[in-house]
Design a protein around this ligand. Structure first.
Ligand code: FE2
Ligand code: FE2
Length: 299
């Protein structure tokens, strides 16, 4: 598949849509300020407090199981200090993104979609911890966002996407291959357009764009490979009604596994199957947590 041609097609689809969710102006300002090395926690907290919805959201998420703070955190300034500017920035972007697409009509069950996304986030974080990846929370958030292009295709190309999903139900075709056949592009390229529009950090854009072709990732190939492996694990463990499906490792999983073993040479698993089956021990606990996280991010 030719990435450049797929990107051109994705941009064309993207150009024809007028009502894309946008980030509220106050949120863009806060995100920009969180990027500013000179800004102080007091200045940022003041700006955040000028929007009660934003302030309440940050407090709710920082006290959710995602962060497991030992004492409850009731002030925005403490949340900033506890999480760090970058984490708050990424958490805000993620939660507003989830919110922006929550009520968009889809030809698939959105709850199934988000449960898949949150599960991939949780499994990515679990793998990241196992290999001592330095930013496990980034692995979690980008895992949540990896398939955002599907939400775009499902909403803006609703009838055709619905027909496509129906055509692969109970087959071994993957959503990714089928999107390419129907649209000449996939949720990866469309997701990249969305991520760029929302000014997501470059590493998020890279994972969204290459989680089905980890060998092409340039920003953080290990992170992309971990999300790709977590994705496959979740797809092969849950019957997701064809919005996302795969049961046997294909070239995308094989390239992710190759990169993962090159970058983490001392991990214990002897094969991809072995590695994935090691995740089973924690899967039950993770899927219970996912329900709680889903409610935290979507209410
Ligand atoms: Fe995907
Ligand atoms: Fe996925």
């Amino acid at each position: 598949m030719e990435k450049v041609t797929m990107m051109i097609k994705a941009r064309r689809l993207f150009k024809d849509t007028g009502d894309l969710p946008t980030l509220p102006a106050i949120v863009s300002k806060v995100v920009a300020m969180l990027d500013d090395q000179e800004a102080s926690p007091d200045d940022i907290a003041d700006l955040m407090l000028s929007d009660q919805v934003l302030a309440a959201r940050v407090i709710r998420v920082v006290n959710s199981p995602l962060y497991r703070a030992s004492n409850s955190i009731m002030s925005v300034k403490r949340a900033l200090i506890f999480l760090g500017f970058k984490s708050v920035r990424e958490m805000i972007l993620t939660s507003y993104f989830v919110d922006g697409f929550k009520r968009k009509e889809q030809p698939f069950d959105m709850k199934i979609f988000w449960i898949h996304s949150f599960s991939v986030g949780a499994i990515s974080r679990r793998i990241a911890r196992q290999v001592n990846y330095p930013d496990t929370e980034k692995a979690y958030l980008v895992g949540i966002l990896h398939d955002i292009g599907k939400v775009f295709l499902g909403h803006y190309c609703k009838d055709e996407y619905g027909r496509m999903l129906a055509s692969i139900k109970n087959t071994s075709n993957t959503t990714y291959e089928s999107e390419y056949e129907h649209f000449g592009t996939t949720h990866c390229e469309v997701g990249l357009c969305l991520a760029q529009r929302w000014n997501f950090p470059p590493v998020y854009c890279d994972v969204i764009s290459y989680h089905h072709s980890s060998d092409m990732a340039t920003e953080d190939p290990l992170l992309t490979a971990m999300v790709a492996l977590a994705d496959f694990y979740c797809l092969s463990h849950v019957n997701s009604n064809s919005v996302a499906q795969a049961s046997i490792p294909g070239s995308s999983e094989e390239s992710a596994w190759k990169i993962f073993t090159q970058l983490v040479p001392d991990q214990n698993a002897s094969s991809l199957e072995h590695f994935l089956s090691d995740l089973d021990e924690e899967y039950e606990a993770i899927s219970q947590e996912v329900d709680v996280l889903f409610n935290t991010m979507t209410t």
